[in-house]
Design a protein around this ligand. Structure first.
Ligand code: AMP
Length: 323
């Protein structure tokens, strides 16, 4: 069976962008691929964080993933830091990557701007660890949101470099980006992606209903009062339409017809209702999952992930002269 690797940072709680950009694809691929889904706790250390919060968020994200439909019988769900082989390969790839290539990454430039003096070298090296995450499983496919496209290109470049130098050990992984929902925008600034680092613009799937309603009703739109899909001129409304389209399975045309001669308030209210309707069962399921059950799943996941990763690591150590 072909393999998938993907992950999510426990630097905040799961939001709609995560679900539409990556999680729903993973769920769709279950049973068709061998899936490794990691809670990327090492990646979460690249920005300022508190150890207590990191522990709490790691468990919360794992619980949310299971509630959303990640099936532990079909998907290896694990904590990145539980599989040390990732870090071994990270070092080896770090010695191959060019510093200039890392400095060109959009995500690095953005994070550096945001965190200024607090920025550590981890942010620069982040894409190398991501390449190691993927290659330690020799993954065939990596489902991610559009923000990760450039990092995946770097991974593919690193495979070429590694294979040229040490022999053809790695496959070139394919990136899988969903066509319409690969970049869900912030509700407070529709020109920026929805991101855990900005909770106000972020539709958190499991937060309380009142806040969800408030956030959707306050979403930044425009003054035209026409529900029409036009991402260039109407990015706010178009973003809400993309969300509504996925949640209700209606087409853009049907949505435009539905809200013809109606105001934005009515449209936003419909988006809120569609959101609650779509996630109702999943939100209830999360409440029923216990911490101890999730902890056990993560231990089991780590065992399975370590087995595959360590087998590959042995080959890598031999090829690179360390064994
Ligand atoms: P992160 O929250 O950065 O750990 O991202 C976890 C996954 O969600 C990655 O595959 C991202 O590409 C995806 N993702 C994050 N934010 C968005 C967004 N606003 N729209 C679509 N996908 C996203």
């Amino acid at each position: 069976m072909k393999k998938i690797l993907t992950g999510i940072k426990p630097s905040g709680v799961i939001h709609l962008g995560n679900y539409l950009g990556m999680i729903k694809e993973v769920i769709e691929f279950q049973g068709k691929y061998e899936i490794f889904l990691m809670i990327a706790d090492l990646h979460a250390q690249t920005v300022p964080y508190s150890p207590k919060e990191l522990r709490k968020l790691t468990l919360d994200i794992a619980k949310s993933l299971v509630a959303l439909g990640v099936d532990p019988k079909k998907t290896v769900l694990f904590k990145q830091s539980d599989v040390p082989a990732h870090l071994y390969l990270y070092w080896i790839l770090g010695c191959l990557v060019s510093e200039g290539d890392l400095r060109r990454m959009h995500e690095y430039k953005e994070q550096k701007e945001k965190h200024k003096e607090n920025v550590g070298a981890g942010i620069l090296m982040y894409p190398v660890l991501m390449a190691a995450d993927i290659l330690i499983y020799n993954a065939d496919l990596v489902p991610v949101g559009k923000d990760q496209e450039q990092h995946l290109e770097l991974t593919r470049e690193l495979v070429r470099k590694f294979n040229n130098k040490f022999g053809k050990l790695f496959k070139i992984p394919q990136v899988y980006i969903p066509s319409e929902t690969s970049k869900i925008m912030s509700l407070t600034n529709p020109l920026k992606k929805m991101s855990k680092s900005e909770p106000e613009g972020c539709l958190e799937i499991f937060e309380n209903e009142k806040r969800i309603k408030e956030k959707i009703l306050k979403a930044v739109t425009d003054s035209e009062a026409v529900v029409k899909y036009d991402p260039e001129k109407k990015p706010g409304i178009s973003n809400l339409m993309t969300i509504y389209k996925y949640l209700t399975k209606k087409s853009y045309h049907e949505i435009e017809e539905e809200f013809k001669n109606k105001g934005y308030y009515e449209f936003k209210l419909a988006v809120y209702k569609a959101f609650m309707n779509f996630f109702k069962e999943k939100r209830e399921r999360k409440k029923r999952l216990s911490d101890s059950y999730i902890q056990k799943l993560l231990i089991l996941g780590a065992k399975k992930a370590n087995k595959v990763a360590n087998e590959n690591l042995e080959k890598i150590l031999k090829a690179t002269g360390l064994r």
